[in-house]
Design a protein around this ligand. Structure first.
Ligand code: XMP
Length: 503
């Protein structure tokens, strides 16, 4: 395994993900992690991340000095390179102006660059630079601006690069990382098959003969989790609450797929209960609160009736674990605590088999476990469902209109092969009614907004440039088949300033 020591770079997570893509197990620890903490993980190599600090700042984060004398193959990236230079007897200086953006390696050599030829574009983002190498090191890459773009230690196993091999703007970066792993002799056994096997074993050992409860939403994480429990043959109950705010055919699809794959599933039909609770409510945050509250009540009731359960399984992912700890890697995963607003009398031990996995890895597991593609590759869908896509009060009639329109839009995206090219697509039923003509008569119909976005992380997003012919066909089909809709518009706003959802 490889440890990534985090010095605060926005790309740290990406480094860990890239290593996983290269089938190497990697974890992120804070840059200041102690030697003992580091050794506990038995790493075969270390990567020192970049970071926003300058090594000149006495408070800037530094690794435990003993870490650099371990003799472990190490790769320093950006700030990580400067740390290595400074700690090992070289010199770092502030350069006149920051080097930021794309650069070309004018010269490169040695095992770190094995297999590369021709122009090598790299991504730079720094204002300090190594001006003197530690004793015995040699320069192995240069750019026009930077005579030390990469350097190699005399042991031939430790390297440092000023650029970021982990980002897409360094197109051959994966090859560079792969070369480092090969030189370091790191085992590349983090395959989906291996991950699945060890998770099945882990779940079986932890759960034993006890019972596990979980909630499934139809999303990929909870569905895959249910499949994992089924595969591990532990005594489980998966609860799917139909709150009546789902898309057309969604409940049947999830139900069919999970049952066919051996999940012990209970579907609770709570449609009326949710709709009643939402009656007259227009404020989006109020809707969310009510839906959250009702969900907890319905779920708790099942937990009591069908219980007792020792474990509650949740599809928590590695990014949540890193994030929730404030400081990366410092996460202490609690195994005994009350979960997400559940009442006091319901206490579970948490079972979070995916807590070290990235989303892509869960999707790979899902594939192995046989989750059908439409569920496995599905766009994210908010917990409060269509309630936040009907602006204003939610009624049965509006849900029915939106469901039909949304289904046409999404099916058409699939037909045109566009579904997987956007990160999320949705239809929003606005309360606006506009005038139109039907035969000789004036007719008022709802305005429906279509939205599709591209994004990596859903924190920022751009509106998707869907082909005009596609949008034309979507608008025609929707107005033809859903007569309650009189007008279709497409949302051209990015996030920020808008959000992805309309409420
Ligand atoms: P926004 O609209 O904030 O959405 O740009 C970002 C992502 O979060 C989803 N979203 C939600 N998911 N409960 C959820 O589970 C919610 O209340 C909620 N609101 C937004 C949204 O679909 C998008 O993927």
């Amino acid at each position: 395994m490889v440890l990534v020591l985090d010095f605060g770079s926005q790309y740290t997570r990406l480094i860990a993900r890239r290593l996983r893509e290269l089938r190497v197990f990697s974890l992120i620890l804070p840059g200041r992690a102690s030697l003992e903490e580091i050794l506990k993980h038995k790493p075969q190599a270390l990567i020192l991340s970049g970071g926003p600090n300058s090594v000149f700042d006495p408070d800037s984060p530094r690794p435990d000095p003993r870490v650099l004398t371990l003799g472990l193959p190490t790769l320093g990236i950006c700030y990580g390179m400067q740390l290595l230079a400074q700690e090992l007897g070289g010199r770092v200086e502030r350069i006149g102006r920051a080097e930021y953006g794309k650069a070309l390696l004018t010269r490169y050599q040695g095992p770190l660059f094995k297999g590369l030829e021709g122009e090598v574009q790299v991504w730079m983002s720094h204002q300090d630079a190594v001006t003197e190498l530690p004793p015995g090191w040699r320069v192995v890459a240069e750019t026009e601006e930077n005579p030390v773009a990469a350097m190699e230690a005399p042991d031939g196993k430790t390297f440092a690069v000023q650029f970021h091999p982990e980002v897409a703007h360094t197109p051959k970066g994966m090859q560079i990382l792969e070369n480092f792993l090969e030189i370091a002799g790191v085992k590349r056994d983090w395959t989906p098959e291996h991950v699945l096997e060890s998770l099945v074993k882990e779940v079986r050992e932890r759960v034993g003969e006890d019972r596990v409860l979980l909630a499934v939403s139809g999303g990929v994480d909870s569905s895959t989790l249910a499949l994992l429990l089924a595969k591990a043959r532990v005594n489980h109950l998966a609860v799917f609450v139909d709150h009546g705010l789902l898309r057309l055919g969604e409940r049947e699809e999830v139900e069919g797929a999970l049952r066919a794959l051996g999940v012990n599933l209970r579907v609770v039909d709570a449609r009326e209960r949710f709709l009643t609770a939402l009656k007259g409510v227009e404020d989006p945050e109020e809707k969310r609160r009510i839906i959250g509250r009702e969900f907890v009540e319905v779920f708790s009731q099942v937990a009591r009736e069908a219980g007792p359960f020792r474990f509650l399984a949740q599809g928590t992912l590695y990014p949540d674990v890193i994030e929730s700890a404030g400081e990366p890697g410092a996460a202490k995963i609690k195994s005994h605590h009350n979960v997400g607003g559940l009442p006091e009398d319901l206490k579970f031990e948490l079972l979070e088999p995916f807590r070290l996995l990235f989303k892509d890895e869960v999707r790979e597991l899902a594939l192995l476990l046989g989750l059908p593609d439409p569920i496995r590759l599905r766009h994210p869908f908010p917990g409060p469902g269509l309630a936040v896509r009907i602006l204003g009060e939610v009624t049965e009639e509006k849900l029915d209109i939106l469901r039909r329109a949304d289904d046409i839009f999404i099916s058409l995206l699939r037909e045109w092969g566009l579904y997987s090219q956007v990160a999320q697509a949705l239809a929003v039923l606005t309360p606006v009614r506009s005038v139109g003509v039907a035969g000789d008569e004036r007719k008022y119909g709802y305005v429906l907004a279509l939205r599709a976005v591209t994004t990596e992380d859903f924190m920022t997003a751009d509106w998707a440039r869907l082909p005009l012919d596609f949008l034309d066909e979507a608008a025609r089909r929707i107005t033809r088949r859903v007569p309650e809709i009189g007008r279709v518009v497409y949302d051209l706003t990015s996030k920020p300033p808008a959000t992805i959802e309309w409420e």
